[in-house]
Design a protein around this ligand. Structure first.
Ligand code: AMP
Ligand code: ZN
Length: 112
């Protein structure tokens, strides 16, 4: 499968890893939108939030268990934002489910 994030998880494309366990991989966004901008992905290929179902939601749960640990290790003691872009209208560019963790500054309130 020609998936950028599957290749990153496999180590075929370099990334700046910040967290990894059996289910989850997290790395720095190559084009950061905030002082801290980390992408958190399931190791299994899930196309987007729209493809989450009972059979794969355990991997999503693992991501949300990892997020507070990542936030703590990144020093995000004053809050942060978690975003997933899903599909064309949300401008999802990489078709492997990923959650952006953004923080390290006062983020703007606008969501769209
Ligand atoms: P989205 O627009 O929600 O699909 O987010 C995709 C994100 O992946 C963007 O924020 C990109 O900057 C980021 N990105 C693309 N290629 C890489 C890469 N090789 N390493 C790290 N982040 C990447
Ligand atoms: Zn993938």
């Amino acid at each position: 499968m020609d998936c950028l994030f599957c290749k990153i998880i496999a180590g075929e494309i370099p990334s700046a890893k910040v967290f990894e366990n059996d289910s989850v991989y997290a790395f720095r966004d190559i084009n950061p939108q905030a002082p801290v901008h980390v992408l958190v992905v399931p190791k299994v290929h899930i196309t987007s939030a729209d493809a989450i179902c009972a059979e794969n939601s355990v991997h999503v749960a693992k991501i949300f268990e990892a997020i507070p640990q990542i936030a703590k290790s990144e020093g995000l003691t004053n809050g942060y934002r978690v975003i997933t872009n899903c599909g064309e209208d949300a401008c999802q560019t990489v078709k492997h489910l990923h959650f952006h963790i953004l923080g390290g500054k006062q983020l703007q309130g606008e969501m769209g």
